[in-house]
Design a protein. Structure first.
Length: 217
């Protein structure tokens, strides 16, 4: 049976699209059962049929917790095996995270633990980093602090600005996310005591995307 994946997205949805493309190409044995957004105008929503879309404006709810609870109920109703945050730009409350602990992952545009939060590309340039990239990690209540499963690295080049660097990172985000979700749905990756286990073996470092698009220990 194909794995059921729920995707949380706030924006253009290119990472969602790469999962959909992977499914269509037979590279990912999964079904995107719902796309959930805090931005009703998000382009990501248009990538799935209307009955698989859920979007609400947080302002319409009385509190952060009320929005999170409605989102969590909608996600749960789609009966997902995995929940993937792909450009979801709103912090998830502890209640949401705990409800889906262990099957909730996020793609973040930096080499975590460097540059948690926003504006990661500008901050990497400002810090004089020579390498930058993206990470897929398990989500915990503390922002961008969960165990990192896999990373992809790119060089920071002289003359880069945040936009040129973001484009270089995005190009590796897509194969990184696809390869990581493939491992997750195959049941090959789990987390134990803050470490990633691949095929039952504890890893000391995140998996690394190679130039062929494969993850290497
Ligand atoms: C991606 O670069 C993703 O890593 C980032 O938002 C972008 C979404 O692009 N996520 C975050 O910054 C999460 N804090 P997309 O909508 O085209 O997939």
């Amino acid at each position: 049976m194909s794995a059921r994946i729920a995707v949380l997205a706030s924006g253009r949805g290119s990472n969602l699209q790469c999962l959909l493309d992977g499914i269509a190409a037979g590279q990912l044995d999964a079904d995107v059962v719902g796309v959930f957004s805090d931005k009703p105008a998000a382009a990501a929503l248009d990538k799935v049929p209307p009955e698989r879309r859920w979007a609400r404006t947080p302002k319409a709810f009385g509190s952060r917790d009320a929005f999170d609870a409605a989102l969590a109920d909608a996600v749960a109703a789609s009966m997902p095996d995995w929940i993937v945050c792909a450009g979801y730009m709103r912090i998830l409350g502890a209640g949401f995270v705990q409800r889906f602990a262990g099957r909730l992952v996020n793609i973040h545009p930096s080499l975590l633990p460097r540059h948690k939060g926003l504006h990661t590309h500008a901050r990497a340039i400002e810090a004089g980093d020579t390498e930058h990239g993206a990470s897929v990690h398990f989500v915990v209540p503390e922002l961008d602090a969960g165990t990192v499963i896999a990373q992809a690295r790119v060089p920071v080049l002289p003359g880069d600005d945040a936009d040129t660097l973001a484009a270089r990172v995005l190009a590796v985000e897509h194969p990184l996310l696809l390869a990581t979700v493939r491992l997750l749905v195959a049941g090959r990756v789990a987390e134990q005591d803050g470490r990633v286990r691949l095929d039952g073996q504890s890893l000391f470092n995140p998996l690394r995307l190679d130039s062929a698009g494969n993850l290497q220990p």
